[in-house]
Design a protein around this ligand. Structure first.
Ligand SMILES: [Zn+2]
Length: 363
């Protein structure tokens, strides 16, 4: 089994369904991004492709699934446009290595890995057209064939009907596993034709267990910023330079000091980020500060809320409840501005001064 953190029940139900040959040919696993969805999908794939039908973890079939190199495991996932073929074939190597090193891989981490620009992830029409052909080939090992499709919600709407057709006309010994993080965006007809497996949210101990090689203050910080998205926390741990923790801390320090020249510098740096990254950064800033101010501060070790020169715990002591509300609302309107394509520098500058006032209780 691939480790999951609150879904042992689903794992045993899947195992039972495979053992008794009652598994539906189309399965829809839904979970929050960076939670149990992908590990469950991989577990089901291994159950179906194990040479001894036991998910032993050591046979040739299981080993190949572990490396995502099994010839009868078809991986389909969203990509950004611009590759040679315009399908997921362009990024198969990157996807394998990303998922092998982080089986809780979340959409943001994946997007940032394959694109430095502000590009949406999508599953193009061509991809779904190719699937029909790929799946109709005889299984290389003469047994089951598995399609693991991550984020069916990113399929272009014109291709959704093609996926529906695949699901409605099952091929022998072929199993479809959809792993979705936004089930409500799927066609109702797709949802109704799949066996539903709805994941429960991750348990609180998942961060401690998964990140156990880190110091406890680091784990607490990652949990405060990313929970319940364990996949994003693992990415942050693996490549701290690629995540926005430092950028966020720097911006907060600058807002706290309120020096106009430094604020302009920080604004220029932030405005140069791809818009999706900027939105993620602001969303996480809001999340972090809210947790810091409203929930965790009293009970958390000071180390966990210390971002270098800015200590949220200390800061919260000097900010009135009114200030905390002002912070939430400033970051909230900034996010709305970015959605509405308001001039980025203007919005970030305004937000920076609002945060300064809030931090100093001047709001
Ligand atoms: Zn096996």
């Amino acid at each position: 089994m691939f480790q999951t953190y609150n879904n042992a029940v689903i794992v045993s139900q899947l195992k039972h369904a495979v053992d008794t040959k009652k598994l539906h040919h189309a399965n829809l696993i839904s979970s929050g991004p960076g939670e149990d969805g992908l590990p469950l999908g991989l577990t089901l794939a291994r159950l179906l492709l194990c040479d001894t039908n036991t998910d032993c973890g050591t046979c040739k079939g299981c080993t190949r699934v572990n490396k995502l190199e099994h010839p009868d495991l078809n991986l389909t996932f969203p990509v950004v446009s611009g590759g040679a073929t315009g399908t997921s074939d362009d990024y198969v190597k990157e996807f394998r290595s990303a998922l092998v090193s982080n089986r809780f891989l979340d959409p943001d981490s994946w997007q940032q890995l394959i694109s430095t620009k502000n590009q949406q992830l999508q599953i193009p029409v061509k991809e779904i057209q190719n699937l029909q052909h790929k799946l109709s080939l005889t299984a290389a090992e003469g047994r089951n064939r598995v399609l693991l499709l991550w984020m069916p919600e990113q399929i272009k709407s014109t291709a959704s009907n093609k996926l529906l057709k695949l699901i409605e006309e099952p091929l022998p010994n072929t199993y479809i596993i959809l792993v979705s993080h936004r089930k409500n965006r799927l066609l109702p007809t797709i949802i109704s034709r799949c066996a539903p497996w709805h994941c429960r949210p991750l348990r609180g101990d998942s961060f401690n267990t998964e990140l156990s090689s880190e110091q406890s203050a680091t784990i607490k910080l990652l949990e405060m910023v990313y929970a319940p998205n364990l996949g994003a926390a693992i990415t942050a741990k693996q490549s701290p330079e690629a995540t926005q923790i430092e950028g966020f801390a720097q911006w907060m320090r600058t807002c706290y000091k309120g020096n106009p020249t430094e604020i302009t510098g920080a604004v220029n740096e932030l405005a140069a980020l791809p818009k999706e990254s900027l939105k993620t950064l602001i969303y996480r800033a809001q999340h972090f500060l809210e947790r810091g101010f409203y929930h965790n501060v009293q009970a958390t070790e000071s180390g966990a809320t210390d971002l270098g020169a800015i200590n949220v715990q200390k800061l919260s002591g000097s900010v009135l409840p009114r200030g905390a509300q002002a912070i939430t609302s400033a970051l909230g309107s900034c996010l709305k501005d970015l959605e509405r394509n308001v001039h980025v520098k203007t919005s970030i500058t305004h937000t920076s001064y609002e945060l300064h006032k809030a931090f100093r209780g001047l709001g």
